[in-house]
Write a protein that binds this ligand. Structure first.
Ligand code: FMN
Length: 133
């Protein structure tokens, strides 16, 4: 079966703690599992960046459902492409802090943010981080 990947960024509509976001990721992992969908959720305390990967129909359906969630808005889809292999297949819905990625995810998060491009990276991480060198 062919695989599809969607990546988007969005903005939290209200205050949210890292713990609350981790809880969203945990619930997401449980729900997505039924559809064979995996991914990553990054949260920088204001914005989300999420990757969803799996069968196209399921990824599209889950993305549509997420888009109706009042806890975030201003969703911008950054990628919507067929993929050969999952990047985040080992995780149901890996949750991470982009400023302090876990060692298991560090390289993948860095690669993902590189691929997201400089403007998205700046938007999500902030320009200070970009120039940290
Ligand atoms: C940033 C963010 C990411 C989310 N990711 C997922 C996800 O990957 N899978 C999922 O089922 N729900 C996810 N949710 C939760 C859904 O938006 C929704 O609340 C949940 O699927 C329950 O939907 P329902 O209330 O229509 O049953 C996410 C929510 C937010 C705010």
């Amino acid at each position: 079966m062919s695989l599809h990947q969607i990546m988007y960024i969005s903005s939290a509509t209200g205050p949210m703690s890292a713990t609350e976001c981790a809880t969203i990721a945990q619930a997401a992992a449980e729900r997505n599992q039924a559809d064979n969908v995996t991914g990553l959720l990054l949260f920088n305390s204001k914005r989300f960046l999420q990757v969803l990967e799996g069968p196209r129909e399921a990824v599209d359906r889950i993305y549509a459902r997420i888009g109706r969630d009042g806890r975030h808005n201003a969703l911008v889809k950054l990628r919507d492409i067929p993929i050969d292999a999952r990047e985040f297949g080992e995780w149901g819905m890996a949750y991470d802090d982009p400023f302090q990625p876990s060692s298991a995810l560090k390289d993948k998060v860095a690669a993902l943010l590189d691929r997201a491009g400089p403007s998205t990276r700046a938007h999500f991480i902030g320009s200070a981080e970009m120039h940290r060198g």
